[in-house]
Design a protein. Sequence first.
Length: 52
Amino acid sequence: MPKEEENKAKLKEGRDYYVNENRLFVFTREYLLKRGYCCENGCKHCPYGFRK
């Protein structure tokens, strides 16, 4: 299984992400904290305070 699919399989909808009205995946604050770093992409629920 490719690494990308392996990582996706570990994510749980509702806990780690949700799909918004535009059918985009949105990571939750809990997932972003668990990931442990800011990607500086301006995530909607960024717990690290980054804003574009």
